[in-house]
Ligand binder design. Structure first.
Ligand code: NDP
Ligand code: OAA
Length: 280
């Protein structure tokens, strides 16, 4: 079949200015995202600001003004403060601390009327594309379970353990309220599928793990999925944060620039294939 695009119908992507990104939080994820931007690992995006807990009001205002999109990597208190501030200014915010939504009956209660949007990265887990598709096919008979297995220290468990211990079982909402620093992945899975009150979250402290493990199990009439992730942890996070999270954020930024969501492999002329390293 002959393609019938006229060259003029195609957007001239080369002329699109780079996406201006401000990062909120200079901890494990924020630093890794900022470095990825500075090293050219996020095609079509550039770093315009990094906000720290001590940043002044003027610095915050300037970063929100300068950015097309902000990356929140600063914790649920900062997410609570920044989400309405950024979306109200008409900018999008990629929220790593999506567990903040556990504090609100509906996400809209925090986001308000926008016009900016909240974008939740897959973060430490994956497969949100297939799970969201399965949820779209029907949720009445669907069930989703997420098991997080971390070192006791990463979960703030001081007790000395010889064997793995289940320290929590409940809904994703309850997990995020009890373990706000380590249950964001449960909330991301829930937001993509069945909501915060119908996803079962289990947290296990395992003294034997060097890497964080996530097990995601979905069952519904459309399919059964069993996904396992074994993540290296960011050395700057006290064993808490999976290093893949920052790269998931980088993937979202690349997708914004490409105009297609994560889970879509964008292949375009004169641009690197998604995921490919950019040679400067
Ligand atoms: N979605 C997911 O899958 C995952 C989400 N996360 C979440 O992402 C968030 C970031 O994680 P991580 O980088 O490991 O955390 P870190 O604790 O390493 O870094 C957080 C940083 O944010 C800073 N900060 C706190 N409040 C503010 C503020 N108001 N403005 C600007 N900076 C602020 C802190 O500074 P200071 O120390 O001075 O307070 C700190 O440097 C956490 O909420 C974490 O739970 C983590 C892993 C996976
Ligand atoms: O980094 C991880 O493995 C997961 C995590 O802390 C979170 O979901 O908040």
């Amino acid at each position: 079949m002959t393609p019938h695009h006229s060259p003029s119908a195609r957007p001239d992507r080369a002329s699109v200015p780079p996406l201006a990104v401000a990062v909120i939080g200079a901890g494990a994820i924020g630093t890794a995202v900022a470095e990825a931007l500075e090293n050219g690992d996020v095609p079509g995006a550039r770093l315009v600001a990094v906000l720290r807990s001590g940043s002044t009001r003027d610095e915050v205002d300037a970063a929100v003004d300068a950015a097309d999109v902000l990356v929140e990597a600063a914790g649920v208190e900062a997410a609570e403060e920044f989400i309405p501030r950024v979306t109200g200014a008409g900018k999008d915010v990629i929220v790593c601390s999506c567990g903040v939504f556990a504090r609100h009956e509906y996400p809209q209660d925090l986001i308000g009327d926008g016009p900016g949007r909240v974008l939740v990265p897959a973060g430490a887990v994956g497969g949100l594309d297939v799970l969201a598709a399965a949820a779209r096919a029907g949720t009445d008979e669907a069930a989703l379970r997420h098991v997080t297995i971390k070192s006791p220290a990463a979960l703030g468990i001081r007790q000395t353990l010889d064997t793995p211990l289940e320290v929590f079982r409940g809904s994703a909402r309850e997990a995020a309220l009890e373990f706000p620093r380590t249950s964001n992945a449960s909330v991301a899975l829930a937001l993509a599928t069945l909501g915060l009150d119908r996803v079962e979250a289990i947290v296990v402290a395992d003294p034997g793990v060097q890497r964080t493990r996530h097990v995601v199990e979905w069952e519904s009439p459309v399919g059964r999925y069993d996904m396992r992730f074994e993540n290296a942890v960011d050395p700057d996070s006290g064993g808490r944060t999976s290093a893949i999270t920052a790269w998931s954020v980088a993937g979202v930024l690349t997708s914004i620039r490409a105009g297609a969501g994560p889970g879509v492999v964008v292949v375009a002329a004169a641009r690197p294939v998604e995921g490919a390293r950019v040679t400067p």
